[in-house]
Design a protein around this ligand. Structure first.
Ligand code: ZN
Length: 170
């Protein structure tokens, strides 16, 4: 995906994202209201208060193939356990108690907040195209942080951890 192609599709994908978040806003609740025991040791109260989540039967993905972005058809078809758009986390109904999943998605909330939508989506699309889902830089970062969380390491400030790594990225 080159810059021109991205500029062509960005408004379409972003408006789909805004619409999807708006469609679910009535059912969205602050992550803080789920009262996970460990997340408050890793995230600032403001993050947990402003990030929201919605339980869904299937996580929504943008109609990328329909938009002509065939190179992302694998991503479109993954049955994700969770997916984050802006400050809203979509999780499968069966996984609303999965604290590690929320941790992973909260890393994405922070990435969205720091990069803002255009840079987030450009970085995400480039990473997906060049390295695949699991090794794409924004996912690799979320999985690395999640590994620390799951290994019961000493709590760390995830907001700063993410910010530092985004600054080091090319
Ligand atoms: Zn992820």
């Amino acid at each position: 995906m080159d810059e021109a192609q991205f500029q062509q599709f960005y408004p379409l994908v972003f408006s789909w994202i805004q619409q999807t978040v708006a469609d679910h806003a009535g059912r969205a609740r602050p992550v803080a209201s789920a009262h996970f025991p460990r997340l408050p040791s890793y995230f600032q109260p403001a993050t947990l208060a402003s990030a929201r989540f919605v339980a869904v039967a299937a996580t929504p993905t943008p109609p990328l193939s329909e938009l002509g972005l065939d190179q992302f058809s694998d991503f479109e078809n993954i049955a994700a356990a969770g997916i984050t758009y802006l400050d809203t986390i979509f999780v499968l109904e069966s996984l609303v108690d999965d604290e590690s999943l929320f941790f992973h998605e909260l890393v994405h909330v922070i990435q969205w907040g720091i990069l803002r939508p255009e840079r987030f989506l450009l970085a995400y699309a480039e990473g997906l195209e060049q390295k695949g889902y699991r090794q794409s830089p924004l996912e690799a970062m979320a999985y690395a942080a999640g590994d620390l969380f799951q290994s019961q390491s000493r709590p760390f400030a995830v907001e700063e951890w993410v910010e530092t790594r985004l600054e080091m990225a090319p």
